[in-house]
Design a protein around this ligand. Structure first.
Ligand SMILES: [Zn+2]
Length: 320
């Protein structure tokens, strides 16, 4: 059900999206690019995109940032909104880069607003978006890897592609796929799994290495320089699932020969380490997926730096 507290939280995040658009002025296009699936009581939630940067950079050097795919993992949404707001509230390197047209940031801060409002992982139809792409895995974990039994149980794959998944696909195809040359990095921020943070790349559905494995390893080394708390690896090293959205998009991109390389990453902010400190969190759904309140500010600051490295990836590469 939709709770008043959930709605208020979503509203707080949406207000931050508007504020970022206001602060960024002519460097920003705020659009409503889709709707969530409808809830039983008729709520449909808008999905917004923020496109930050100069027109030519949007066309030639876009970097994707996505959060809020799972409604409970609000720390990812906060990390992303904090990073974006900070670019304009305290202009520094990223602001100068955007002004000069070195790259543009294409982002969906909350892909699953219904899940945020309903305080649950899935969308309003009970579908786990990260199991929804239709990619069939031969080695997916049972149940956790995606199930088709019931939308009342977690990890439900859904009968068809959900509006939220379609919205993500449309944004990626419109802004990221057309890039002619160079790297096209995109980062999807999650939280919850594991004692450490993970930086994952495809595949999630098979333990086979993806065609860009070596490029991914090199890129991860650049991104994680001076980061001791992030473990970079192919996602299937952690677990295998059906229906990963990035597996689908990555494969679609591979079907044509191109000069550019589409590099989707997933950042999983590990919060299980918190459970050691406060075991009762195991019994709270939000607690499982979000850091302890007193650690939240720290977490957000740490990731500001990481996201800055991420959006500047092409420059870090050319400096190597
Ligand atoms: Zn997640």
């Amino acid at each position: 059900m939709i709770s008043l507290r959930g709605l208020k939280r979503l509203n707080r995040y949406e207000n931050r999206i508007y504020r970022i658009a206001r602060l960024a002025r002519d460097l920003c296009q705020l659009k409503q690019i889709g709707y969530s699936r409808k809830s039983i009581n008729g709520f449909r939630f808008p999905v917004y995109s923020l496109v930050l940067g100069k027109k030519s950079a949007v066309k030639h050097h876009p970097v994707g940032l996505i959060a809020g795919v799972h409604g409970l993992e609000t720390v990812g949404v906060r990390v992303l909104l904090d990073f974006l707001e900070n670019i304009f509230a305290e202009p520094g390197q990223v602001f100068r880069d955007l002004k000069k047209g070195k790259y543009a940031i294409i982002c969906i801060p909350i892909l699953n607003p219904g899940g945020v409002a309903m305080k649950r992982r899935s969308n309003p139809g009970g579908v786990d978006l990260m199991r929804n792409s239709g990619v069939e895995s031969k080695s997916a974990m049972r149940f956790f890897g995606g199930q088709k039994v019931s939308q009342l149980l977690p990890y439900y794959r859904g009968k068809n592609l959900q509006p939220e998944s379609r919205t993500l696909f449309a944004l990626v195809r419109e802004y990221l796929f057309p890039v002619r040359k160079g790297l096209i990095p995109v980062l999807d921020i999650h939280s919850g799994f594991g004692m450490k943070d993970s930086l994952w790349w495809p595949y999630a559905g098979t333990t086979q290495p993806c065609p860009d494995q070596l490029l991914y390893e090199r890129t991860a080394r650049i991104l994680c320089e001076n980061e001791t708390d992030i473990v970079p690896e192919s996602q299937s090293n952690a677990y295998t699932i059906h229906g990963d959205l990035w597996d689908y998009l990555y494969n679609e991109f591979q079907q044509e020969t191109r000069k550019s390389r589409f590099l989707p990453f997933t950042l999983e902010i590990g919060t299980w380490k918190e459970i050691k400190k406060e075991p009762m969190r195991l019994f709270s759904r939000r607690g499982m997926f979000n850091p302890l309140p007193e650690n939240k500010a720290d977490t957000i600051l740490r990731y500001r730096n990481f996201l800055e490295r991420f959006v500047r990836l092409n420059q870090l590469y050319s400096r190597e």
